[in-house]
Design a protein around this ligand. Structure first.
Ligand code: NAP
Ligand code: GLV
Ligand code: GLV
Length: 330
């Protein structure tokens, strides 16, 4: 059998993609900027499978061009960039990278939270600019985590890992999700709350939901209005879960205390007024960005696509109904 032709839209860690070199014809975009849409539209036509990034838009128009396409792998756990319904309608399974990036991303949420709560970025600027003149009893005073309340919105893998970290920091835990999680309640003592209640009792709100039509602009003017006026928002989920203009208004008017963001509504653009605020910490979408995690993600997405092409049943499929009907020979 001919080796399958796989389109890879960006160089991934070499250690994680050995199988691609061994088992397929690799069509890889080797530049340090995203593959332009036109290029993707052209190359998809000859691909048996696609491995893409969260920043590539995989929509109906593109899938129509990919007549040979038998699998899509997303190098991320979030797959909101893929029109999964359109893929399902064509019988194409979509694979992602759940689990392997959970701890790295939860660490990032806490790194951002501590940076914001303890004003580390402001302090870094002060030191570099030669404005650190003496230890001061009132210098850059921040907030304690111990004894404060952490509210996690979206208690899945990463949300659960954020709650575990919160427990280790001595925080009281509240969560909101579509379904209750007995394990989080019994193991961590986390309390379930409706979204409005969570927002009104939390000192820290961590967003950990996927981006869907239900979670788009989950946080807007009304929701910021429910938060405590010194509460901190941490977003490591997806930018459009937050209405960025309303977030700016809430921060600038002192309606909430601060925000730590890893993701943006129109990445890589950031709503410019946010850049002027001191009570904001900004990271360039680094949730899973550790050497080890990115290698595991590469291996996981490659294994799924290659195993599927050779008749296997990878578990990390987001539209498994496609695999069932294939197995039943429909
Ligand atoms: P996950 O295990 O699927 O968890 C997501 C949770 O969100 C699920 O448990 C689900 O709740 C809950 N949820 C979905 N819709 C909801 C709604 N409308 N209201 C309340 N809760 C809702 O996924 P994960 O691995 O934790 O990843 C979560 C997201 O983080 C990803 O989708 C991705 O967008 C983002 N992410 C970002 C980075 C980064 O670099 N910043 C890295 C990794 C992931 P139920 O279980 O109750 O149904
Ligand atoms: C990163 O944002 C991911 O969804 O894996
Ligand atoms: C601070 O550095 C202290 O010793 O308390």
């Amino acid at each position: 059998m001919d080796r399958p032709r796989i389109l890879l839209t960006r160089a991934l860690p070499e250690e994680g993609i050995e199988r691609l070199h061994e088992e397929c014809e690799l069509d890889q975009w080797d530049h340090d900027h995203p593959m332009p849409r036109g290029e993707l539209m052209e190359r998809i036509a000859s691909a048996d499978a696609l491995i893409c990034l969260l920043s590539d838009r995989i929509d109906e128009e593109l899938l129509r061009r990919g007549a040979r396409l038998r699998a899509i792998g997303v190098y991320a756990v979030g797959y909101d960039n893929v029109d999964v319904n359109a893929a399902t309608a064509r019988g194409i399974p979509v694979f992602n990278t759940p689990g392997v990036l959970t701890d790295a991303t939860a660490d990032m949420a806490f790194a951002l939270l501590l940076s914001l709560a303890r004003r580390i970025v402001e302090g870094d600027r002060m030191v570099r600019e030669g404005r650190f003149h003496s230890w001061g009893p009132k210098l850059l005073l921040g907030k304690d985590l111990r004894g404060s309340t952490l509210g996690v919105v979206g208690a899945g893998s990463i949300g659960g890992a954020v709650l575990r970290r919160g427990k280790a920091f001595g925080m009281d835990l509240v969560y909101h999700s579509r379904t209750r999680k007995d394990a989080l309640e019994s193991e961590l003592g986390a309390r379930y709350a409706g979204l409005d209640e969570l927002l009104s009792v939390s000192d820290v709100v961590s967003l950990n939901v996927p981006l869907t039509s239900e979670t788009h602009h989950l946080m807007g003017a009304r929701e910021f209005g429910l938060m405590k006026d010194d509460a901190l928002l941490v977003n490591t989920a997806r930018g459009p879960v937050v209405d960025e203009v309303e977030l700016y208004e809430a921060l600038a008017s002192g309606r909430i205390g601060g925000a730590a963001l890893d993701v943006y509504e129109r990445e890589p653009d950031v709503y410019a007024p946010l850049l002027k605020l001191d009570n904001v910490v900004l990271a360039p979408h680094l949730g899973s960005a550790t050497v080890h995690t990115r290698t595991k993600m590469a291996r996981m997405v490659c294994d799924a696509v290659l195993d599927h092409l050779s008749g296997g049943r990878p578990e990390n499929c987001v539209n498994p109904s496609v695999l069932v009907s294939k197995g039943e020979g429909k």
